[in-house]
Design a protein around this ligand. Structure first.
Ligand code: HEM
Length: 435
């Protein structure tokens, strides 16, 4: 019989977390037995309080190193330099200054769906979300230096990486000299990504402009001794940024449509807010402050479906946390998906209830009971981008269209590096004025 952890790892991990009720436990994967940490106090310690003792290394990160190399998705000095160079592009102030350009791009992306909406033609949700996100993020944050066709070629490659890396997670002790299922697809995807990214690095390296985008920041960067940074370092950071900037948002927004279909009362309140505030206009950054419920819907979406559902760490020095001795070299698994769905920390955790993020109902909640963007030094650099972009896209789509049918109405997660629905989500829209 196949153990539950192999059959449905996402579900099995959730069940283990619930059973442990906040205690640190070990997950039995045969020879590999990571610790599962779910309690907000322990999470705060691992991700922030003693973050230096919990590094991005070990069996979960090693397979991804073949993709991300030594940039912002690594750890140590290369990560530190990457974070320092990229941070200014992502401050709340800088992102807000770019919100108008993001809104223009969202509006264009939304317009493209008029054809299918007027014809009542079904759309492919992951593809449509990725197209809007690509337009918004790639144009604004990569300074228009990547054309849309190239950006769109990347999406299937990143998708394939997310799915094919899983076998490596499940067979951590198999050396890379031995091929496992998924390896070939993984390496093909890395090659496809490099086909797009490497020529771009060659074109722009050594010719930095004074732009405020990711490309310009990376090409202007200097190493710790003031020397040139390598082409490889720029490539590693570009790949990491392309993967995190587009896949995450598109993935998160995919989960929204089945949720709205299954919760007409939430959908009704959301449509009412968008109708009242935006009407049939194009959504602008100035609307966002008047769309509090839309913001809560997006927060609740990430509680139930945090795309970065699992991010592990390796213990450097042994220490006792919550009464459990964590040994050096062992893996600690933290999962917002699990903590966000535990009754120990949430009231009716399975319910889709955006109102739980109202100011009143958020009072007293532990900072690490809700951590879709992680925390501490590695906290998501793109969280302000997501916060603005996701609300612009949701309000922008609903100002123009109404969903009339979504299949399936209940989507379930499949195991992968990011949390994606197992089912192929499809949606039929119709123009809002006809609704
Ligand atoms: C639904 C949206 C998103 C979610 C749920 C999400 C989640 C996360 C999480 C959990 C981490 C921490 C990983 C760890 O501690 O090992 C992270 C890191 C990161 N995220 Fe996001 N992210 C999202 C959107 C974005 C966007 C839009 C960007 C870029 C524009 C981005 C760029 C990054 C980068 C570069 C890191 C690594 C930061 C570091 O290690 O210093 N993310 N993200």
């Amino acid at each position: 019989m196949i153990p539950a952890i192999l059959r449905d790892p996402v579900r099995a991990l959730l069940d283990m977390g619930r059973e442990a009720a906040g205690e640190i436990v070990r997950v039995n994967l045969g020879p590999f037995r990571p610790y599962l940490v779910t309690h907000p106090e322990h999470l705060q310690h691992v991700l922030r309080g003693n973050a230096a003792n919990y590094t991005r290394d070990g069996v979960f990160w090693r397979p991804l190193h073949r993709l991300f190399g030594d940039g912002i998705m690594s750890d140590g000095p290369e990560w530190e330099l990457s974070r320092k160079v990229l941070q200014p592009v992502f401050t709340a102030k800088h992102v807000e200054a770019l919100a108008g350009r993001m809104a223009d791009a969202v509006a264009e992306g939304v317009d493209e769906l008029s054809g299918p909406a007027e014809a009542g033609r079904e759309i492919d949700v992951p593809e449509s979300m990725a197209r809007i996100v690509n337009r918004t993020v790639v144009r604004v944050f990569f300074g228009g230096k990547i054309d849309m066709a190239d950006a769109e070629r990347l999406a299937p490659a990143f998708d394939s990486i997310g799915a094919s890396v899983v076998v490596r997670y499940l067979l951590p002790s198999v050396p890379y000299s031995v091929r496992v299922p998924g390896d070939r697809a993984f390496l093909r995807a890395v090659a496809a990504i490099d086909d797009v990214v490497v020529p771009l690095v060659e074109r722009h390296r050594g010719r930095p402009d004074d732009g405020d985008d990711i490309f310009s920041a990376l090409c202007r960067a200097r190493g710790p001794e003031g020397g040139e940074v390598s082409a490889r370092w720029i490539r590693d950071n570009l790949v990491a940024m392309l993967a995190t900037a587009t896949e995450t948002t598109a993935g998160a927004l995919t989960w929204l449509w089945p949720l709205l279909a299954a919760h007409p009362e939430v959908a009704g309140r959301l449509y009412e807010e968008v109708d009242r505030v935006v009407g049939r206009d194009r959504v602008r950054p100035g609307h966002l402050a008047s769309l509090p419920y839309t913001g809560q819907v997006v927060q609740e979406l990430l509680r139930l479906y945090p795309v970065g559902w699992l991010f592990p760490r390796m213990v450097v020095e042994p220490e006792v946390v919550g009464g459990v001795r964590l040994e050096a070299g062992e893996t600690v698994v933290v999962s917002p998906y699990v903590t966000h769905r535990m009754e120990a920390f949430w009231d009716r955790p399975e319910a889709f209830d955006p109102g739980r993020f109202s100011r009143r109902r958020s009072e007293g909640r532990h900072r690490y009971a809700y951590f879709p963007f992680g925390g501490g030094p590695h906290q998501c650099i793109g969280m302000h981008v997501f916060a603005i972009e996701a609300r612009l896209i949701v309000a922008g789509l609903l100002a123009r269209f109404r969903p009339v049918a979504c299949s399936p109405e209940v989507a379930t997660p499949r195991m992968g590096a990011s949390l994606r629905p197992r089912q192929h989500v499809r949606l039929t829209l119709r123009p809002a004025e006809a609704a």
